[in-house]
Design a protein around this ligand. Structure first.
Ligand code: ARG
Ligand code: ASP
Length: 699
């Protein structure tokens, strides 16, 4: 009897996991299936609590943070919470060798100390509307990809022009389900965003690359900003007269924490996923694209990591770049392992065989019979271009700072033949890009990086002597090269040795490599659109959710541990004790600030513990997330903040192509750890006083 009950419970849990989780859903379409699924998982929220255009709802507390991360409002004065790694660039830009906020943290003890940031904005979603009919008006299956694109563009332009919005609002149309559906977003962007607080990297980036994409995790990956507005609470660029923003909604913060099985909702802006790729594409990505890019980054990182240990200056210069390069380097490795271990390609092939069988059986599906064969042919011709192009971008755009500048110069040269106006505009852009790169440019390290990675692209590349003579190793000389008429600039840069080196590679990239890539990509997109439509028609009982596309989404699940390998189980929560277990005095990744050690020793934990008296640090959930979800609020069954999303587990990073609820987990910082650090570690109690702390479980 007892065993039977357990079996039923286990069955229920498994069903729960596989049947009802996964997916990044459109917030305006939650009524019905999603609402029911969420309530089955324990939610007390209605779809209207999450998204409404008639009254304030959870969505009014969630913003896109500078287009790449997510952040949420946690007070009635526009206090904004996001990840440390999302505010990293801003924290770095305020840092100097004397005042190193990355190293030591930063806390505005008074509102007057909050630091303005150039080029930082947050965007609210005001409303979402299905505009599929208007966008696809006049599009037919017979059209070429180019014609389709042109029609869609024209329709979109008309739509955006005729759609009336309030002053300061904008509209944006985005494609969903591979172009089968379109939504219009009305947005509102605030541009005076100030830095309020950040823990030292030894808390905010604790464990660094070793722990990145991993559990057990002990990172306090958070930073705090504030939105400022003009006197009428409207968006305004930085001004001393601006005041803290009054939000339509903010999230109360729960002090009650989480138990395994608790409902979790992650609300944010996931960037890009590809859940409906055919097996042949997954094979190409994991067997051809990923391995070559991993190798390039690995070689670059060896040089960068060593250089960063030689001086504080270099460490600051490379902090942000290194983190970016290391992040996806490790992610791709995990993704490959996950795809392999879960047999994802073979499983996808099996699934495709079933699909094909069903298609072959019915006349009405005749138009779908060749889709999979088309994929095979297209991906085969795509491969050489896709791989080389991707490697090019790694080297000439993402990794070498000198080559990135050359890339911009090439764009400038191309614009010279397009008239003075185009040239002037391009130049303005190129100058800004070069200035940005030069801010943290270290030519000596960069040269070693290029020497390490260039042979992977061209074994006969001929060396890097040009670092000695190029004018693009300091900003003053670089900008002096760009003065004068278009002809003068073009003639001058063509004499630069670095440009002479880079130009043929860049020209090759812009030549056949890109045109072929784009052409085949267009064909693939057309088949992919048909394929997804076919899947929904032929296998209508499956759950279909749109791939991530940097728009606002809801993903839900439960707090849950997992088993990464045989005989190992990871608990759903980690504690401050684990920080101390990992502590290595003076270490680059695992040092622990003295103050935190003292708090631990004296058990000065305040109200921020679990029932067992320990301070929770991170916890795991089954929410389907991806890059861009960093900084997303984790919301409980009642709409309170319980955590801050920041990562996924290694075994599950394949979720971008193959979400599997059994091993894919998102990693979150417990809200109480954030409060503990702000209150007890930093003593910035004015922020705690500003928030609304609640006890939803103690009603
Ligand atoms: N892996 C997380 C995400 O993709 C966190 C990255 C930041 N941390 C780091 N060590 N690079 O953004
Ligand atoms: N760390 C990622 C981010 O920055 C989140 C993820 O990929 O899970 O958005």
């Amino acid at each position: 009897m007892y065993m039977k009950a357990i079996k039923i419970i286990i069955l229920f849990i498994t069903l729960n996991l596989s049947a009802q989780q996964g997916g990044m859903w459109i917030p305006s379409l939650l009524k019905g299936m999603n609402e029911t699924e969420m309530q089955n998982l324990g939610s007390k929220l209605t779809s209207d609590d999450i998204y409404s255009i008639n009254h304030s709802s959870l969505k009014d507390a969630v913003v896109h943070f500078n287009g790449g991360c997510t952040a949420e409002i946690i007070s009635d004065q526009g206090l904004l919470l996001t990840n440390h790694h999302c505010g990293f660039g801003q924290i770095q830009s305020h840092s100097t060798v004397e005042n190193d906020y990355l190293q030591d943290g930063f806390w505005a003890m008074d509102i007057k100390d909050e630091l303005p940031n150039k080029n930082l904005e947050v965007t609210f979603i005001v409303r979402i509307e299905d505009v599929t009919k208007a966008v696809l008006n006049g599009v037919t299956d017979a059209m070429t990809p180019k014609q389709t694109q042109a029609t869609i563009q024209k329709n979109t332009n008309t739509l955006q022009k005729n759609y009336t919005v309030a002053a300061g609002q904008k509209t944006k149309v985005k494609s969903f389900f591979k172009g089968n559906q379109y939504f219009l977003f009305v947005t509102e962007t605030y541009t005076d965003i100030r830095l309020v607080g950040a823990p030292p990297s030894s808390i905010g980036k604790f464990g660094s690359d070793t722990d990145n994409w991993m559990f057990p995790r002990h990172t306090g990956d958070f930073s705090i900003f504030r939105i400022y507005a003009d006197k009428n609470n409207r968006p305004a660029d930085y001004s001393e007269d601006n005041v803290p923003f009054t939000p339509k909604h903010f999230l109360p913060v729960s002090l009650d924490g989480v138990a395994e099985g608790d409902f979790t909702l992650v609300f944010g802006f996931p960037g890009r996923t590809n859940e409906y790729l055919p097996a042949v594409a997954v094979a190409q990505i994991t067997q051809k694209v990923n391995p070559t890019n991993i190798k390039i980054r690995e070689e670059a990182l060896k040089v960068i990591d060593a250089a960063m240990k030689t001086s504080v200056q270099t460490k600051i210069q490379y902090a942000s770049k290194q983190a970016h390069i290391a992040n996806y380097w490790k992610k791709w490795i995990g993704e490959n392992q996950g795809i392999e271990k879960s047999n994802a390609i073979a499983k996808k092939r099996k699934f495709e065989a079933i699909f094909q069988q069903k298609v072959n059986k019915k006349r009405k599906y005749k138009k779908y019979r060749n889709l999979l064969a088309d994929f095979d042919a297209l991906y085969a011709s795509y491969e050489p271009y896709a791989v080389k192009r991707s490697n090019f971008i790694e080297i000439f755009y993402r990794t070498s700072d000198l080559m990135q500048q050359m890339f911009r110069l090439y764009q400038l040269e191309q614009s010279a033949s397009k008239g003075a106006e185009v040239f002037a505009k391009t130049k303005q852009y190129v100058v800004a890009q070069i200035a940005r790169v030069q801010k943290d440019f270290n030519p000596a390290v960069d040269q070693k990086v290029l020497e390490a990675i260039m042979p992977l692209y061209d074994a006969n590349y001929g060396g890097t002597e040009f670092y000695k003579t190029t004018k693009f190793t300091n900003l003053t000389d670089a900008l002096s090269q760009l003065e004068g008429t278009p002809e003068e600039v073009v003639a001058r840069i063509n004499k630069d040795a670095a440009y002479q080196f880079a130009k043929p590679y860049i020209a090759e990239f812009y030549g056949e490599m890109s045109s072929k890539y784009r052409q085949i990509n267009g064909e693939i997109a057309k088949v992919q659109k048909q394929y997804l439509k076919a899947l929904m028609e032929v296998l209508p009982d499956n759950r279909y959710y749109p791939d991530a596309n940097s728009t606002l989404r809801v993903t839900y699940g439960q707090v849950r541990g997992y088993s990464p390998k045989d005989a190992v189980y990871y608990n759903h929560v980690s504690y401050l004790d684990g920080v101390m277990e990992k502590y290595i005095p003076g270490d680059y990744e695992f040092d622990v600030p003295q103050k935190l050690q003292d708090l631990y020793k004296t058990k000065d934990f305040g109200q921020y513990t679990d029932a067992n008296g320990k301070v929770p640090v991170c916890f795991l959930g089954t929410n389907h997330t991806t890059g861009g979800n960093s900084g997303s609020p984790v919301i409980d069954a009642h709409g309170n903040l319980i955590g801050l999303n920041f990562d996924r587990v290694w075994e599950g990073t394949m979720s971008d192509m193959n979400y599997d609820p059994n091993i894919c987990r998102n990693i979150m910082v417990d809200a109480r750890y954030i409060l503990f650090i702000i209150d007890k570690y930093a003593g910035c109690t004015r922020l705690i006083d500003e928030m609304k702390l609640v006890h939803p479980k103690k009603k």
